[in-house]
Design a protein around this ligand. Sequence first.
Ligand code: AMP
Length: 448
Amino acid sequence: MTNTTFADLGVAEPLCRALAAQNYVNPTPIQAQSIPALLEGRDLLGLAQTGTGKTAAFALPILQQLAATNEKREPKCARALILAPTRELALQISKSFETYGKHYKLRQAVIFGGVNQFRQVRSMAGGVDILVATPGRLLDLMNQKHIELRRTSILVLDEADRMLDMGFVRDVKKIIAALPRKRQSLLFSATMPKSIEHLAAEILTDPARVEVTPEVVTVDKIDQRVMHVDGKRKRELLAKLLDDTDLSRVIVFTRTKHCANRVSEQLDKSGVPSEAIHGNKSQGARQRALDNFRNGKARVLVATDIAARGIDVTGITHVINYELPNEPESYVHRIGRTARAGKSGIAVSFCDNAERAHLKSIEKLTKRPLTVVDTTEWLGEQIVVPAGEPVAPKRNGRGGGPRNGGGGNRNQPGKQRRFGGKPNAGNRGQRNAKKGEQPQSRRQSAGA
Ligand code: AMP
């Protein structure tokens, strides 16, 4: 979060009112950087991923400009077009426009494939101010002459890299060809491969470039571990881990605000002083929580992803992912809270059955498997993930016996039980495995 306000950025009062109702106090960095440039009418190239607040970064200036010019809608036309790769994202964007624009009388439609087109065609009949669409269905309806883009003066390509990965490049180019040349264009992408650079060069004119990089995280210095655990036992596992006083300044990440509150309450009840920080808290409450965490009054800070952005607290000994993020990039952000300023740190991720797919995406992104930790010492059992069957948990002792370490886990030399001490114990284990020592599990051996 930044210290400016939305009004400082030039955001109009009706939008500020809607934001206040959402408890948005300060703009996120991408919002602070994008909004002024977009209100000036500039093109924009945004390197940012979901979770940074990028939707509001483009939605607010678009709403403000559309409301200010208040042009008449024309049948089948849209004044602004937002292209998104998936139905889920399209719906999410559309919802954001609705929330932020609730004090304006702008009309919008959302269009995606996989459902009957009837309602979508009807929603476009009288024309809209904002159209959010996935490329395939949009092109289809354009070809059927249900939608026209000749009056569209603002274009957003959201998650452009994903759109190209999904094979939409030709559709996207055809759609762009149907737009007026004179327009404001925005392109957001989490990564910048050559294909996106080319696309950006083709469609943007002198764009403002905004980059919200996951700050350079020295991931190599972080000892990354995973504990396979039944979702119902996460609470117990967390409490047991916190018995170790080496975990002295800990951030616990959850996916939802609700879960953050619940975990924090449980910790307080069990005598571990904690604070929760998330988007529903006022700026004052967040500041107090952070102060208490910094000055050591709270040993644990329970946070959601968005709230944790920009938190710069030194000396965080451990990051615990109570729930794995569904965006693997968020994992890198999260664990980067420890290992700041070149220090090393420990990140422990709890992974239940439903989260195995998230774990796989994380390992794909970081190109490095997390070290599996045997939970027997804490929970009296461990869930074994058989090699090649990442989503079918088996209990230790059944079906093939322990594969993830059992008693003599070489990947945790002498440190199986404790999470304190030298953070890089796990990495050392991976190096041992590299020297040809017998691997204990596929995950662990693959870490070599
Ligand atoms: P996005 O990256 O656009 O998907 O946004 C991620 C989440 O952050 C959404 O749940 C938004 O509601 C929330 N969010 C966006 N901007 C802010 C802000 N300035 N303050 C608090 N929450 C925000």
